[in-house]
Design a protein around this ligand. Sequence first.
Ligand SMILES: *Cc1c(COP(=O)(O)O)cnc(C)c1O
Length: 446
Amino acid sequence: MTHERTREIYDRALSVLPGGVNSAVRAAPQPYPLFARKGDGGHVVDADGNRYVDWIQGLGPLLYGHDLPEPVTAAVQKRVAEGPVFGMPTELEVEHAEFVTRHVPSVEMIRFVNSGTEATVSAVRLARAVTERNKVVVMQGGYHGAQESTLVEGDADHPKPSTHGIPQSFAKHTLPVPFNDAEAAKDVFEEHGDDIAGVLVEPVQANSGIAYPVDGYHETLADLCEEYGSLLVWDEVITGFRVGGLGCAQSKFDIDPDVTTFGKIIGGGFPVGAIGGKTEYVEQFTPSGDVFQAGTFSGHPAAMAAGLEGLKYAAEHDVYDHVNDLGRRLREGLSEIVAERAPEYTVVGTDSIFKVAFTRADAPPQDDCCANGCRQDPECARFGACPKRGTDAARMETDRYARLFRPAMRDDGVLVSQNQYEANFVSYAHTEEDVERTLDAYREHL
Ligand SMILES: *Cc1c(COP(=O)(O)O)cnc(C)c1O
């Protein structure tokens, strides 16, 4: 396997794109990122013509792999042929909104935007406007896109921007707390409750090693929001239409958020985001309300067609059965391999998301562990050692993953997540053979 062409393109890219890429995480692969030429089902082909089983799947949006189902492709091509954008509403946006409100329990009304980031920006603005309060609670190590209110680290007493370019005077309105820590959530509400506009939380922390919620945690957040009059904002950009099927993670965990942000799968592989929720809140966006929200490309016909037709296809076929079944096989197979070859590591993930977290835990036997990915079972001997929150990922064997394991997998023709933080995604195009090949590669290289 050679990467001559990739190296050549990367060399050129470094002169004209910062870091050679247009989104930071794409440069994470060591020693350099592969350049994609094309996709083929569950596989991707790089610029040198090398083929890989692809578990990156566009970082989440691709429920169908790289070949969209025929009706999806047809709908997108038709829209493109009829003109890219109008500055006028289309019936397609209405149809997509009808589909989402029919399937996602808490969503009565929705505003489409162009990225997950844009969705969380607007959701925070909405929460602040509705409550007339400034502070937002976020989870340490969570991810809500590249936006000012959530790129904040530290703790509730000492929040600070997690990147250059954000004034400390912005960061002071953000209260980071540890995910899965009900006491910390109660404390922050006790101290700041009357100033808290909302809590922004991912149902499963899927951008930072995949932390599954402990029993009762989301209920605690929901109760606190209710008690203090704050908005519960679920960021389902990654879990939406992946975890919990068409009902999203909120149907799986039986939580009724006030506002939900979407992205990724809801646009079927095209740029998209959305803010959904109770009518009384979402209607506060302009023009029905006073919270300014707008976008030249919002509700873009190609993204609406891909998203809607993709979800309709999932409603009529065994899509979620297939991806969740392969996800379970991967997690079960990986659990066996890890028990044998790397007992300090932890298999995480749910539905069609999976990962081996390179935890440094002492190695109690894995025999009684959740075989289908960590479920935070308090009875499990490893309960104290499995990842509880996003910040745990930073303490994992990140170098071993990035410098040894991932390149070895790549050279074996299997692309797994670009670093220890991101998740792996199963698509409808993946096969049992892909699963077996991948398990063989893990067995070889772990
Ligand atoms: C990907 C992601 C975002 C950001 O979405 P973009 O489309 O990349 O702006 C926000 N929140 C979560 C949970 C995500 O996974």
